[in-house]
Ligand binder design. Structure first.
Ligand SMILES: [Zn+2]
Length: 363
């Protein structure tokens, strides 16, 4: 019988408890993974600090990577790209397991399908445990998109794929082609800087990053932003600045990772004719936006929203990191590293610092 250590989250404001549980027998189609590395996502921090609520007890952590430790009968013989899956292979997997035959999955929205299973967001209950990143083992449920990783991408960077990088890949899918076009990216946190890098690699002509933090804007520049803008004194100056610096260059795509209503409203005002705005950051309760329908119509704008991502986004995220992990300073985004026994110190550090990510080396 294998046992797994795990860090259990019971309530906001309470330390995680380090516990141990037997690894249950695998069910048909499941894959047992020995987790190697987990990064603490903003949503983990928000749950830990009480800004968002999750059913408890739970195992936090969903940006993670590990190696296959067991394959149940009926487990997929190959990954999303057709590569064989064997014990010992390093794999990353999507944040969700969803029945591909369900109506929303068939529409390309598996992350919203009925009966969704979401790693790092499930309660521990009889018959269902080991579903989060802060544990030695994770059981991949049936219908989890899995990808074998052979490229020598460092573990902290691989951990970023299945939340941050895949979500950004999804937002670029919705935005449409960016090659040769001007893109504005609001919010230069983890998603925003990954978006700068992804737009750069996709051939964007001009990338403009907006944030209220100067150090984050400096990071955005390292990840491919051509120009940065601090909207602290309002957005009023930005249209003129854009018109002066890039005359005749309309903003084709606006990506909002900030979740700030004033910012999203300003982005709509900056979009050129035929432009597309994608909102990704506003995953918390907030006021309604003020949108001028006449402007929307006359400028033929499109506004889209995205929460999480689908399998094609996940594959795109893996392939982006495999190709570009050394092109940008991704390693500098995972500032500190803790072990599982020090997980409470990891959360304390992540909340006290302005780190893009804090890493937890599991084994
Ligand atoms: Zn996340």
């Amino acid at each position: 019988m294998i046992t797994s250590r795990l860090a259990v989250f019971h309530a906001a404001g309470r330390p995680l408890t380090l516990e141990s549980t037997p690894v249950p027998p695998l069910q048909t189609g499941e894959i047992l993974v020995r987790t190697e590395y987990t990064t603490l996502c903003r949503s983990d921090l928000n749950t830990f600090s009480g800004k968002r609520t999750e059913p408890v007890p739970t195992i936090l952590g969903h940006e993670m990577v590990g190696r296959i430790a067991g394959l149940a009968p009926g487990a997929p013989p190959t990954d999303c790209r057709g590569a064989a899956l064997r014990v010992g292979d390093r794999v990353t997997w999507a944040i969700y397991a969803a029945d591909p035959a369900s109506p929303l999955a068939r529409l390309g929205l598996p992350q919203k399908a009925a009966g969704l299973f979401k790693y790092g967001h499930e309660t521990i209950r009889p018959g269902s445990t080991l579903h989060g990143g802060l544990a030695e083992y994770c059981i991949l449920r049936r219908h989890t998109p899995v990808i074998r990783i052979d490229a020598p991408v460092p573990l902290p960077l691989l951990a970023l794929i299945n939340c941050s990088v895949a979500t950004v890949a999804g937002s670029l899918r919705l935005a449409g082609p960016v090659a040769g076009r001007t893109v504005i990216i609001a919010g230069a946190g983890m998603l925003g800087v990954v978006a700068c890098a992804m737009c750069r690699c996709a051939g964007a002509k001009t990338i403009i990053a907006l944030d209220i933090a100067a150090d984050r804007l400096a990071t955005a520049t390292q990840f491919g932003a051509d120009h940065t803008f601090h909207p602290g004194s309002g957005f009023a100056a930005l249209p003129q600045e854009l018109a002066t610096r890039w005359p005749g260059e309309p903003v084709a795509v606006a990506l909002d990772y900030s979740g700030v209503p004033e910012t999203m409203e300003a982005l709509l005002g900056l979009l050129g004719i035929g432009g597309t705005a994608v909102f990704i950051g506003a995953t918390f309760p907030q006021r309604s936006l003020q949108i001028n329908a006449e402007q929307l119509i006359r400028k033929v704008h499109t506004i889209k929203g995205l929460h999480n991502y689908n399998e094609s986004d996940f594959v795109a995220a893996v392939e982006f990191m495999e190709r570009n992990y050394a092109r940008f300073p991704f390693a500098t985004l995972v500032h500190e590293e803790f072990d599982l026994a020090s997980v409470n110190a990891a959360f304390a550090h992540a909340l006290a610092s302005r780190a893009y990510r804090v890493g937890v080396r599991i084994c």
